[in-house]
Ligand binder design. Sequence first.
Ligand code: PLP
Length: 391
Amino acid sequence: MSVDFINQTLKNIDEKGLKRSLRDVSGKQSRRIFVDGKDVLNFCSNNYLGLADDVRLSKAAEDSLKTQGFGSGASRLVCGNLDAHRQLEKKIAQFKGSEDCLVFSTGYMANIGIISSVCTRDDIVFSDRLNHASIVDGIILSRATFTRYPHRDMDVLEKMLKEAQGYKKKLIVTDSVFSMDGDIAPLDKIVSLAKKYNALVMIDEAHSFGVLGKNGKGLAEYFGVEKEIDIQMGTLSKAAGSFGAYCCGTKEMIQFFINKARSFIYTTAMPPSVAAASIKAIEIIQSESRRRCEVLANGDRMRNALKQMGFDILDSCTPIIPVVVKEELVAIEFSKKLFDVGIFVQAIRPPAVPSGTARLRLTVMATHTKEDIDFVVEEFQRIGKELCLIL
Ligand SMILES: *Cc1c(COP(=O)(O)O)cnc(C)c1O
């Protein structure tokens, strides 16, 4: 068979200026990183609390390696259900105040496994238009009727719920913090609509676990609606600085996923050292609330300064701060100029975001200093003026 389609597709992507390529990063995932050999300030990572390179996580993993070895050997249902997995699940359930918990190997796998087992072709799913790709893929895999409501638009969501007749189940699913916009889902309103129209609610706390809520439990805690959310999914790969994902729910729900979620059943269990590092990360999240305060304060400082200069940062209210410059080439140019002065911020372009909304996507960490933030702000002002984006 001819493989022309590969070259043809690459050529098409390249001609549109949309070719993605990998940057070489070396050293630890930290406040500063080496990108293509250059030492730069890191304003791209989801390592919000600075735990990815915390020695306590490495130590927990090392200790586990000594007693439990590296590989897990099999899927959880065969002979890979190790002590570390159940300990991690107990730890998360206790922290989140939920009845039970199930760990998946990644957030992507959690979402496709959860949604495709909860929903069938007789059901309908209501999904925020800006939800993460893994949610979209889970819905497609489920074969349920897939409806998208405009971003955070509760009037349209209500209209859709009202009009949805003849389905067995209705599921509303939303990111808690939107990964490209840094704004939050109106969970209080979603929960009351779900009650009114008898729908299930699922949230994805990928960017809020460890960051939002009084105790860092996420957006459901922030809104005080933890008991009203049926399925609470989140990841251990962002603020927790580790790898993997969880789903919290009732005991029966967890049994259901163990029996039905194919991305849980047909895959090898995570290495025990990864689970051990995650347990340590949650202990740190529980005992060091100052990290949460620091990342939120850094976000406020950065957002206020950029807004004051006249940049469009949408409705960001989290450590994710988009700076919308509209034109793709301007975003790329901006990112390059930042890199030249030692600041690493990725340009985000369509199709990752709607066309005409190309942007720089900044993420702040607890470990950034005030000087780091102020330096970035100054450079944004200088380059923003140079590119005629601000006055
Ligand atoms: C990152 C992310 C995921 C995927 O999690 P991984 O553990 O990286 O696979 C899922 N949902 C959202 C909203 C995310 O931002």
